[in-house]
Design a protein around this ligand. Structure first.
Ligand SMILES: C[S@@+](CC[C@H](N)C(=O)[O-])C[C@H]1O[C@@H](n2cnc3c(N)ncnc32)[C@H](O)[C@@H]1O
Length: 302
């Protein structure tokens, strides 16, 4: 049971029953430490003690679902050799990772892609640009890339014959959402009408305020699970453009640098790397030159 029954001392009236939630209903600092150490080792995500209450809240429903009385039981289970514990680990990672994203997030990047990067790739004679959205969350970023390139091709016929987008994330749950490509209408409300009309389908049911990304945009994006902590990313062929935005902020400096190095290995010489607006490659000794705000170009071998 997860509650204790305590009788109050009130002799003249019937004794009310007060439920006292025991201390174990909280994720204690040592339990949190087990989770945070595991998360850092497995995903690179650093969870300082200040995130303990947030993690407790994100895992609360798992205790209910699994019928555990307290976090001690949950933590023992998730790190046990029980056959089903590995599924729970996947679930825990899904719940702990932060998936915040939206269409055309940090739009200056998409403007730069359209005004500078795509024309430069075309000038280099690339006819099928290969793009990677690394840490793609629920799909808004790779679908925005797909929309921008489709629109560019419409306005600049004859430059590209096609394009391919690989989109990866560690969270299987968020990847299923991305594949589905269904979003609340609210998420596209600020997009220009012509973009909405050309690339989104409205739900046929007027009670459902939902939109779905059109197949012409969806079909260009291939989703796969990839953990940035993997030794090598085995990305083939190398990419013309990599977007890896708002992911590195969750890692410590050495991990950020290790990830950026592996991303640069996956980039063609002359290819472009886009990081989040609060992310930087400062202090790294990599073959990259800054070409715009948090956009870098891999130097060409001489
Ligand atoms: C805040 S979202 C950013 C989404 C998108 N790039 C954007 O800027 O809007 C961060 C994403 O990184 C993913 N992520 C976190 N750690 C990861 C890891 N070790 N390997 C791969 N993806 C990871 C999370 O699951 C999450 O979907």
């Amino acid at each position: 049971m997860n509650t204790q029954t305590v009788k109050t001392a009130a002799p003249s009236r019937p004794s009310p029953v007060v439920k006292v939630y025991p201390q174990q209903q909280q994720l204690t600092p040592p339990q949190f430490k087990r989770i945070s150490s595991f998360m850092e080792k497995t995903t690179g995500i650093k969870l300082p003690e200040s995130k303990r209450t947030m993690i407790q809240a994100r895992l609360a429903n798992r205790l209910k679902v699994l019928n555990f009385d307290n976090y001690a039981q949950y933590v023992d289970y998730v790190f046990s050799s029980n056959e089903t514990a590995s599924d729970e680990i996947t679930m825990m990672i899904d719940l702990i990772t932060t998936n915040l994203t939206h269409f055309f997030r940090e739009n200056t990047h998409f403007e730069f892609l359209n005004s500078t990067v795509l024309p430069e790739l075309a000038k280099e004679g690339i006819i099928i640009p290969d793009i990677w959205s690394a840490g793609c969350s629920s799909g808004e970023e790779p679908y925005t890339l797909s929309i921008v390139i489709a629109d560019y091709m419409k306005k600049n016929p004859g430059q590209f014959t096609d394009y391919r987008i690989l989109a990866t994330d560690i969270s299987t749950k968020i990847l299923s959402k991305a594949v589905e490509a269904v979003y609340p209408m609210e998420t596209v409300k600020n997009l220009p009408d012509e973009i909405k009309r050309a690339y989104f389908l409205k739900s046929k049911n007027p009670d459902m305020d939902l939109v779905k990304v059109k197949p012409i945009i969806r079909n260009k994006v291939q989703f796969e699970r990839l953990n940035f902590m993997d030794g090598s990313y085995r990305i083939n062929p190398k990419k013309d453009i990599i977007f890896c935005r708002n992911v590195l902020i969750y890692f410590d400096k050495p991990t950020q640098l290790a990830v950026i190095k592996k991303l640069v290995d996956c980039l063609k010489p002359g290819g472009f790397l886009f990081l989040g607006h609060s992310e930087t490659i400062f202090g790294s000794n990599l073959p990259l030159k800054t070409v715009s705000t948090t956009v870098f170009q891999k130097t060409r071998e001489k």
